[in-house]
Design a protein around this ligand. Sequence first.
Ligand code: CTP
Ligand code: MG
Length: 230
Amino acid sequence: PRYWFVIPAAGIGARMGAGKPKQYLMLGDKTILEHTLLRILALPGLAGIVVPLSSEDSYWTSLTILQHPLVHTIHGGTTRADSVLSGLDYLADKSHALDWVLVHDAARPCVTVENIQTLCNELSDSDIGGILAVPVSDTLKQVVNKKEIQTTVDRSALWQAQTPQMFRYKLLRDCLTQTIANNETITDESSAIELCGYKPLVVEGRADNIKITRPDDLLLAEFILQQQQK
Ligand code: CTP
Ligand code: MG
């Protein structure tokens, strides 16, 4: 099958606190967003990539290497879920040829092609879809009043969600539309699917598929990219 991707890149990067949205910060010789897009563009069988951008974005046009026929930019929304739904809406007129869709954070430039292929292969028989994730390895504490430990949470069933998250196109569009209309808080696509009563799958990914969120993550990502190129 040929896969469409939505890569939301309309965030402002508040937790990064840089002078510009974090997807436009440099990692080595390229911006984070370019690293991410180049990884996805290397995927065999890619149908295309939809990139929701902020309507106030003034950085995209300087990324000349992204004048690529498979990359389509659109306007995103005020939340990540809105941005992703805009991407799915953009694909609606292509939906006759559309079965699966994959959503991947612009802020995860260290994802590997092999990992994405594993996700696609593992989910191919599912009617719903699923996500890359890694089992939680730290001991987890439930804390009250911001300082008092109440209990240690059993981590044996806990996984950290990553992206890509891959779902049947129509199902994801319906579930996102419904959960946004109901004002639910959804921080990833899987939550929308879960809230509508479906059971997505986890596929074990790599711990180095980090999301760049805070300043410390930049050095770590640079290191990971260097290691992966060896
Ligand atoms: N995103 C988006 N539209 C939004 C908010 C987020 O497309 N309205 C995208 C971001 O650009 C990012 C991905 O969703 O690639 C994951 O979001 P996050 O890491 O939270 O990025 P930001 O929202 O930009 O960061 P922050 O929450 O710190 O402001
Ligand atoms: Mg955010």
